[in-house]
Design a protein around this ligand. Structure first.
Ligand code: LLP
Length: 439
């Protein structure tokens, strides 16, 4: 690795004169010594910039008929919901824990969409009591449950139906959800999508407002969304013909990809949304139907490159004729994405960017499991040693939110960076936090 500029995956990364990695204009080495490691850093300006990219693209494409919902499973903690509120975003939530967190941030829950393929009665009651705006209903059984509980609470609940359009997004299997054989949604192909629509229209305590779909995650190709629009707008038309129902909201889901490694493409979100927007308008006018509000539901692309993780290197072990292992003080407990999906990352020695990164190695965690790897076959400077600060880039999405206490390791804090300042959004867990639920 000689030209480090290739590895500056996002504009918020740079190299300072002393060879340190700067993130959001701040020296990561100084942040590591102030807050300790492992440490999640989040660039607040970048999060806001991404929100604005989406909101302005959607405004240009659909004027007042567009809406952006942040898929908060990507990173869920109080401060994020405050930022989303300030940026005028809606949110997608998938559990009562996320609903409660959003509520603590005074996020207006009338602007929240409650997903999940298996909402319990307790979930439904909680969400209705909190005044959730919309349920995104996965299946018919859930419709009956929401109708029953809405009746008990004396309200009429707005719902969207999750439809499976049968689109293969060409991404990794674990995040592909739009195919017919999926635990999510009701498929058009099997006729269940029409059945659930008919049922929704017949239930007195529900107000059907529209349809939702989400075909997958880490998608780089606009053609996936174009194909989804073809299927979904035809469905909206067919539903109008069959039932006379006018769709008010059509949610196209999330999924835009981000760069984890330099080989990942750069996607121009604005351009893609404008292209999708043109196609939506074309299809709508072809069928001669009313333009619904079009929603996008990005998670990863709002927060991923606004985050990075800092670790401290420990043991550096060379196994002659095999390889070198650089161990860090985190691992699969703060980043389960390698062990789950084999995800690749860009790693840098945040203290030694003025040295060539040319020593092949695997960077591994400290959990008691051989699959506990952050990245295989990456390169670090030859001089990498105990005490160095190792940065793992693009960790703002699905890291803190998927972190665990495996091996009873306390979770790292989340520190926000903004305008040269830093502040804690989530404090570091202590051993007492970890043991606090044990009776
Ligand atoms: N909407 C729905 C209904 C979803 O299921 C998801 C993600 C999103 C929106 C947001 O997708 P995004 O823009 O973030 O791609 N843990 C995996 C990702 C799981 C995605 C689940 N659903 C990972 O770390 O790659």
């Amino acid at each position: 690795m000689n030209d480090l500029t290739d590895f500056m995956l996002c504009g918020n990364l740079s190299v300072s004169d002393n060879g340190h990695l700067n993130f959001a204009g701040q020296d990561t080495a100084a942040l590591a010594s102030e807050y300790g490691t492992p440490l999640y850093l989040m660039d607040e300006e970048r999060i806001r910039e991404r929100c604005r990219t989406y909101t302005s693209a959607v405004r240009t494409a659909f004027s007042d008929k567009g809406r952006v919902l942040y898929a908060s499973k990507a990173a869920s903690f109080k401060r994020i919901y405050e930022i989303m509120r300030e940026e005028g975003m809606g949110i997608d939530v998938v559990s009562c824990g996320e609903i409660r967190t959003a509520e603590k941030a005074n996020f207006p829950l009338s602007n929240a969409y409650f997903h999940s393929n298996n909402k319990t009665d307790a979930d439904i009651e909680y969400a209705i009591e909190r005044g959730i705006g919309y349920f995104v209903v996965d299946n018919e059984e859930e419709l009956f449950a929401i109708d029953r509980i809405a009746k008990e609470k004396g309200i009429k609940q707005a719902v969207l139906l999750r439809i499976t359009p049968g689109i293969d997004p060409h991404t990794y299997e674990e995040v592909a959800t739009g195919k017919v054989d999926s635990k999510f949604g009701s498929a058009i192909e099997t006729g269940q999508a029409f059945l659930i629509t008919k049922t929704a229209l017949s239930l007195e305590n529900l107000e059907l407002v529209g349809f939702h779909c989400h075909v997958g995650s880490q998608v780089f190709d606009s053609s996936v969304y174009i194909a989804t629009v073809d299927v979904m707008v035809k469905f909206v038309y067919d539903v109008f013909l069959k039932f006379g129902f006018i769709t008010k909201k059509l949610d196209l889901g999330g999924g835009y990809g981000v760069r984890y490694i330099k080989e990942d493409p750069v996607i121009d979100i604005k351009e893609s949304i404008l292209e999708v927007g043109e196609h939506v308008k074309k299809c709508i006018s072809q069928y001669g139907i009313e333009m619904p509000e079009i929603c996008f539901e990005p998670g990863r692309s709002i927060v991923a490159d606004a985050g990075l993780t800092l670790y401290t290197a420990g043991t550096v072990k060379n196994i002659p004729t095999y390889k070198t292992y650089v161990s860090v003080d985190g691992g699969m407990a703060d980043n389960p994405r390698y062990i789950l999906y084999g995800s690749q990352y860009t790693l840098l020695n945040a203290l030694k960017l003025n040295e060539a990164h040319d020593m092949p190695c695997s960077v591994v965690g400290r959990c008691c499991e051989s699959g506990d790897i952050i990245a295989e076959n990456v390169k670090m400077p030859e001089s990498t040693c105990r005490g160095d600060i190792i940065a793992c880039l693009t960790t703002g999405a699905y890291h803190y939110s998927m972190a665990s206490n495996y091996n009873r390791i306390p979770r790292p804090p989340v520190v926000m960076l903004n305008g040269g300042e830093s502040y804690l959004a989530v404090r570091r867990e202590t051993f007492d936090d970890v043991t606090s639920l044990d009776i």
